[in-house]
Design a protein around this ligand. Structure first.
Ligand code: GAR
Length: 258
């Protein structure tokens, strides 16, 4: 029998992507097994989908932690390390605000890591998980920095429209093409190496609901396909070097499908 990878899933909402992944695992389209589903929201509907399939669930109520003045930081929290790695805020942002932002998030993330540590894990899937993950969390999941193992699905054709409302931003811009992107998670907002993308046409008659409907239907195909590639060990990380218009040498992490 082939090795079944252990997949952890984090959600915040309805969990239709979670459902697509559960179905793909049950049909053996992915050589994998979901070991847990975690949510940052106690009322996330997707938790019921997991329970129906007898998958263990847990909640870390991020909103409660972020509002709690007394939540402690983990002993291995090093603010300077996070500030050096993070790619969310520019140097112009009020540094006190940045510090508070990361302290609060890490307090919640350390609870999340504690819950996750109870389960076997090869790949962590963000399926509509609407929280930014800090370098603190990412480094503790990606124990080998050359082998990213947190994936996210984003409702737009990245690098267009990162952030919280990809389909809304696509629709409001008047795009003729929309899409979805699966990528590895890095230290920025929706900036990690792209694994797969799918696109759909938008007609002038389409409403925002139409855009969401078309997009989600593609997400349910794309996400299981990318997870399957990971499970088959077919995703190779490589650095592509390039020179900018100003002659500066840079490099970008890309994913090669073997
Ligand atoms: C999906 O459209 C997903 O792309 C998006 O949330 C929705 C979750 O739906 N994710 C993000 O916007 C992440 N920033 P679901 O709960 O039905 O899977």
């Amino acid at each position: 029998m082939k090795k079944q990878i252990k997949i952890g899933v984090l959600i915040s909402g309805g969990g239709s992507n979670l459902q697509a992944i559960i179905d793909a695992c049950e049909k053996n389209e992915i050589e994998g097994q979901i070991s847990f589903v975690g949510s940052d929201k106690p009322d996330a509907k997707g938790l019921q989908r997991a329970e129906k399939h007898h998958i263990p669930t847990f909640i870390v109520d991020f909103a409660a932690v972020l509002n709690d003045k007394n939540t402690g930081l983990p002993s291995d929290f090093i603010l300077e390390d996070i500030l050096e790695k993070q790619n969310f805020f520019s140097l112009q942002t009020d540094q006190d605000k940045v510090r508070r932002f990361f302290e609060k998030r890490v307090a919640a993330e350390s609870l999340l890591l504690e819950k996750i540590s109870a389960y076997p894990l090869d790949l962590l899937i963000l399926a509509g998980f609407m929280r930014i993950l800090t370098p603190y969390f990412i480094d503790r999941i990606n124990s080998d920095s050359n082998k990213p193992r947190i994936m996210n699905i984003h409702p737009a054709l990245l690098p267009a429209f990162p952030g919280v409302d990809g389909y809304g931003d696509t629709y409001r811009y008047g795009c003729k093409i929309g899409g979805c992107t699966v990528h590895f998670v890095d230290y920025g907002e929706d900036t990690g190496a792209i694994i797969g993308q799918k696109a759909f046409e938008i007609s002038p008659e389409d409403t925002l609901d139409d855009v969401r409907r078309k997009g989600l239907a593609l997400e349910w195909q794309l996400y299981p396909r990318c997870i399957r590639l990971f499970a088959e060990n077919r995703l190779e990380i490589k650095r592509n070097k390039y020179t900018t218009k100003n002659g500066v040498q840079k490099s970008r992490t890309v994913v090669r499908i073997l």
